[in-house]
Design a binder for this molecule. Structure first.
Ligand SMILES: Nc1ncnc2c1ncn2[C@@H]1O[C@H](COP(=O)(O)OP(=O)(O)OP(=O)(O)O)[C@@H](O)[C@H]1O
Length: 254
């Protein structure tokens, strides 16, 4: 499959602190990459640089062969570069159906009209239903956000991202704050994401990482110190030193 997305030599400093150092990474259609690393390694900064929330000091972001480095976040979203955030940003009195419908309408430039007029629009409703069904949210489609489980709220964030028709989706800790009883729900939903979508996920839950990822990239002190198969990551000496030591140890003694 051909390359969909690439960053090259991405570098960012805050004052004297280099938080992203010469990061290069490529993604193809259907990729499933986990970006892991210790707290403060620069994972969220990397996502902010990729999606345009931050401008790099050096380096390039290329989507579908186009250099988007100087474009703002909204322009990148329109081209298919979409993210979710670590902390949910939902309206507690609105339903999942309303959130996703509004996003579809927003994408189509029709959100300024009254939402209820579109409840009968079968094209929009069909797309909303597909998204909610992909994420296992149909049964709560018409409940208020504040009444649904936190794991379902996190999935709704992904639903909103899907309504923007991403080609590359960056998930910033989709399981953060979700009780372990609900992680299977997240895992199943991630498995059902569209096959052609390229997904990069930041996550601290290593079981989820190893089930989801076909490739793992490890960031430490702003630098990618390893890219490879999940089966190789735990054996890599640099990774063990930087991050996985405790986890590898925990697994080997488990
Ligand atoms: N706007 C900023 N100004 C100054 N320093 C910043 C800024 N944003 C992030 N940093 C610093 O950059 C480093 C990387 O932060 P970042 O949030 O990207 O790490 P992370 O790997 O996502 O961490 P976590 O896993 O805890 O979310 C940290 O030392 C952080 O304090």
């Amino acid at each position: 499959m051909s390359e969909l997305f690439r960053v090259e030599g991405l570098t960012k400093s805050f004052g004297g602190l280099a938080v992203s150092r010469n990061i290069s990474l490529a993604m193809q259609e259907g990729d499933r990459i986990a970006l892991i690393g210790p707290n403060g390694a620069g994972k969220t900064t990397f996502v902010n640089l990729v999606t345009g929330q931050l401008q790099p000091s050096a380096g390039q972001v290329v989507l579908n062969g186009e250099d988007v480095t100087r474009l703002g976040a909204v322009q990148r979203v329109r081209r298919g570069l979409v993210r979710t955030f670590q902390v949910t940003r939902l309206f507690s009195d609105m339903t999942p159906e309303e959130h996703v419908t509004l996003t579809v309408l927003q994408r189509e430039g029709r959100a300024t009209r009254i939402l209820s007029r579109f409840h009968g629009n079968s094209e929009v409703a069909g797309e909303v239903e597909t998204i909610l069904s992909t994420l296992g949210l149909l049964e709560v489609a018409r409940r208020r956000v504040r009444e649904i489980a936190y794991g379902q709220q996190r999935l709704l964030e992904i639903g909103i991202a899907l309504a923007l028709r991403p080609k590359v989706l960056l998930l910033d800790e989709p399981a953060a704050g979700v009780p372990s009883s609900e992680t299977p729900r997240i895992e199943h939903a991630l498995e059902r994401l569209p096959k052609t979508l390229a997904v990069l996920m930041i996550e601290h839950d290593m079981d989820l990482v190893f089930r989801f990822a076909r490739r793992v990239a490890v960031l430490a002190a702003g630098e990618i110190i390893f890219q490879g198969l999940p089966s190789e990551v735990a054996a890599n000496e640099k990774v063990r030193e930087a991050y996985l030591g405790n986890y590898a140890h925990a697994r080997s003694v488990a």
